[in-house]
Design a protein around this ligand. Structure first.
Ligand code: FNR
Length: 731
């Protein structure tokens, strides 16, 4: 059955003629799930019931007396089993009559609680309804003797259960019900005038019955009434359909309210639409609350977007190492999100403005735009004049500039504002502009101008502060990368200055090479050294101080000197490294390093090699026949960790071997070993180095060895030091 909860009732058109009476009323009230009856007051009979009301008394055939319809629907006053019974009791007691009876007698009922038999299988509890009745007195003639009866559901289980407790609430609802404004129009008269309005209409709109009757209800509309809603109403009226819509209306005093309007056609027995019934409700509070919610929601969404954008920008920025990367990232983040195009200027080391970066959302797709951008790039920065808003920000004259309309600004500047640059900027499209400085601790490092052409809405406050936020972060990052670049350059210079000039030693051919890392973050710390020993022979060192910055380069400088000083007397390699350990520990020098130290003493048969490794990758020995082997014995702990070792722990003794003339000793840092595989792997690296070494011509010079190995190191993310020493054949 159709229940009072049946929301579908909202969309149902009344059937043209079901033979239920001469006047049919549509199923339209403020809450569309209400039941509606129309009662003929002369006959005291129900002549129309909408789907919902029919569901209350499915057996009833209209027209039917009000009493019989009440009985069929099982209506009862609250607290009584049967409305008719209750009414009879009330009459016999001389009290008030039941609401439906009173309506049938032509009295208005502004909202009273009743119960109806519940027809769902789920429960046999009675359904609590409240009823209001509106005699259509004053309506056009054919309806003047009718009354409209509306049943609204009290959908509260507790209300249904406890009549007493519910009474107050129901009264409140009843009061609300009287606020529902009802109107009826006559479609047979020109311009479908109103023929009846109830007092609630007057209360809601300020127009009296007399003022309203005879006019089309559009007098409630005004300048800001949504034309789309009106078009919808027109279309429904033209096709005789029901409709519920919400539109802005104007009271008589000019104040506005949101009107939730429901209209439905009324048909005569031939099925022709004679009237429309309208129900209006002032839903301003609800609409405004919804609008406030929507606004809050979109603000939150905008703020969320902004936060996500800033977070994305910050994390991408953290990966930037060069000022140019920061500038490119700024452009990438700002266009097209904050504007159509942008111009970013930065100052170089010597305080000169660099060529700007210009990014335009259509530069990649529109050759005309690309040409304009290229032309502007040619003109800037030389033609940046002092009246330029960008210059004002770059020079620190202004903090942040928001230009609503570039044309107006140029007009205000007169001749000063006319230049090839301003013309080009206008041609590219500059309605609005936001210019923010790239600020850092050290002052203004540049400025970014975000421009919007006419295709974009004017910049809102959110865009302006977004540009400001991004420029501020960009400025700080720019400064970091500039400082970083400076430190890298200084580190590389220091590193080079600390590397020794190779000595010339009879009987030996020596070559070495230092290659800074391609990943410039990794510069610093690797070294090689070759020096004559006091009693003859040479000391050879290759080492790697932990860390990659100016400090580690400086520590490398100290450490190489220390190793050289302890090695110079000709001290055995492992004792030299032990002495270094002791110095590092005793002096509290904070250095961690790996290194291999070897001594090579020449004799008539070639040379005697002794070496000791402090956690360093093994050296390679290339025999005169080209065969390459690894010198992986004699490994002790790295330098700078001796205090962590058990007391009394000693470095293993030297590994010594005789080298025949033509042998080449090759020592290197892990930057070389690790550059043969994406993931550092000592075994893979050493194997590859041995292969490369053994494939060289028999007589390969140390220079060829060093260059071949270091050139093959494709992935030198780390810096590389490599040294090769060949014992020359005395002949
Ligand atoms: C209306 N109309 C209407 N319009 C409005 O702004 N506020 C209202 O309360 C009502 N109430 C109303 C009740 C009934 C029963 C009908 C049939 C219509 C709509 C108005 O009268 C008119 O139909 C619309 O403005 C669209 O038609 P026009 O103005 O384009 O001719």
């Amino acid at each position: 059955m159709t229940s009072l909860d049946d929301a579908d009732a909202r969309a149902v058109d009344p059937s043209p003629d079901d033979g239920l009476g001469s006047v049919l009323l549509p199923n339209v009230v403020h809450e569309a799930s209400a039941g509606v009856l129309i009662v003929d007051l002369t006959e005291r009979s129900v002549v129309f019931a909408n789907d919902v009301a029919r569901g209350l008394a499915p057996q009833a055939t209209l027209p039917i007396s009000v009493d019989d319809w009440s009985a069929a629907a099982g209506l009862a006053d609250l607290g009584s089993d049967n409305l008719v019974e209750a009414t009879a009791t009330a009459v016999s007691l001389g009290g008030g009559v039941g609401s439906l009876m009173r309506i049938a007698q032509g009295e208005p009922v502004t909202g009273e609680a009743i119960t109806a038999r519940r027809r769902t299988a789920a429960s046999d509890a009675r359904e609590t309804l409240w009823v209001l009745g509106l005699p259509l007195a004053g309506a056009f003639e054919s309806m003047a003797s009718l009354a409209l009866v509306v049943f609204l559901p009290a959908r509260n289980a507790e209300l249904a259960a406890g009549a007493q407790e519910s009474a107050v609430d129901l009264r409140d609802r009843a009061v609300l019900a009287t606020r529902a404004s009802f109107t009826i129009t006559d479609q047979r008269q020109p311009d479908s005038p109103l023929v009846w309005v109830n007092p609630a209409f007057t209360a809601m709109t300020g127009y009296s019955f007399e003022e309203a009757i005879g006019h089309n209800c559009r007098f409630l509309q005004g300048e800001h009434t949504d034309p789309e809603a009106l078009a919808e109403i027109r279309s429904c009226l033209a096709t005789n359909r029901s409709l519920t819509t919400t539109l802005l209306n104007y009271r008589k005093d000019g104040s506005t309210f949101w009107n939730e309007l429901s209209i439905s056609p009324v048909r005569d027995s031939a099925g022709n639409v004679t009237n429309f019934v309208g129900v209006q409700a002032d839903v301003t509070a609800r609409v405004e609350a919804q609008q406030a919610r929507n606004e809050a929601f979109s603000q939150a969404a905008r703020a969320g977007d902004r936060l996500a954008l800033l977070a994305d920008f910050t994390s991408r920025m953290a990966l930037s190492q060069h000022p140019s990367q920061v500038v490119a990232l700024l452009a990438d983040v700002l266009v097209p999100r904050a504007g159509t195009w942008c111009v970013i200027f930065t100052y170089d080391e010597s305080g000169r403005l660099t060529r700007p970066l210009i990014a335009h959302e259509r530069a990649g797709t529109d050759p005309a735009v690309a040409a304009q951008v290229a032309r502007l790039l040619d003109l800037l920065p030389d033609r940046l004049t002092e009246v330029s808003p960008l210059w004002q920000v770059l020079s620190g004259e202004t903090r942040q500039l928001v230009i609503e309309d570039y044309d107006t600004l140029l007009e205000a500047q007169g001749d000063a504002g006319r230049s090839p640059v301003t013309t080009l900027v206008r041609d590219i499209g500059a309605r609005g502009m936001v210019i923010a400085p790239l600020m850092a601790r050290g002052g203004i490092l540049g400025a970014v101008a975000v421009l919007s052409d006419a295709t974009r809405p004017a910049s809102g406050d959110a865009d302006v502060s977004l540009v400001g936020d991004i420029a501020m972060r960009g400025g700080l990052m720019l400064e970091n990368t500039q400082l970083y670049a400076r430190e890298r350059a200084a580190t590389a210079a220091l590193q080079r200055s600390l590397l020794p000039r190779l000595p010339t030693i009879d009987g030996l051919e020596i070559a070495a090479r230092y290659i800074p890392a391609t990943d410039e973050a990794a510069v610093g710390g690797d070294w090689y050294d070759v020096f004559s020993l006091r009693g003859g022979g040479v000391g050879v060192v290759v080492g790697d101080v932990m860390g990659h910055n100016y400090d580690s380069a400086a520590r490398m400088g100290k450490l190489s000197t220390i190793v050289r000083a302890y090695g110079w007397p000709g001290t055995e390699p492992h004792l030299t490294l032990t002495a270094v350990d002791e110095l590092l520990e005793g002096s509290g020098m904070d250095v961690l390093a790996t290194c291999t130290y070897a001594t090579l003493k020449l004799d008539a048969d070639g040379g005697a090699l002794c070496y000791s490794s402090a956690g360093h990758p093994p050296a390679i020995l290339r025999r005169p026949d080209g065969h390459a082997c690894t010198l992986d014995e004699g490994r002790g702990p790295m330098l700078g960790v001796s205090r962590l070792l058990p007391s009394g722990a000693q470095r293993p003794g030297d590994q010594c071997l005789d080298l025949t003339p033509g042998s080449t000793l090759i020592m290197f840092t892990d930057g070389l070993v690790d550059s043969f595989a994406a993931e550092p792997d000592l075994d893979v690296g050493i194997k590859e180095l041995r292969r490369l070494t053994s494939e060289l011509p028999i007589n390969a010079s140390p220079r060829l060895v060093v260059d071949t190995l270091s050139d093959a190191a494709a992935l030198n993310k780390d810096d590389v030091a490599v040294v090769a020493i060949r014992i020359l054949d005395p002949a």
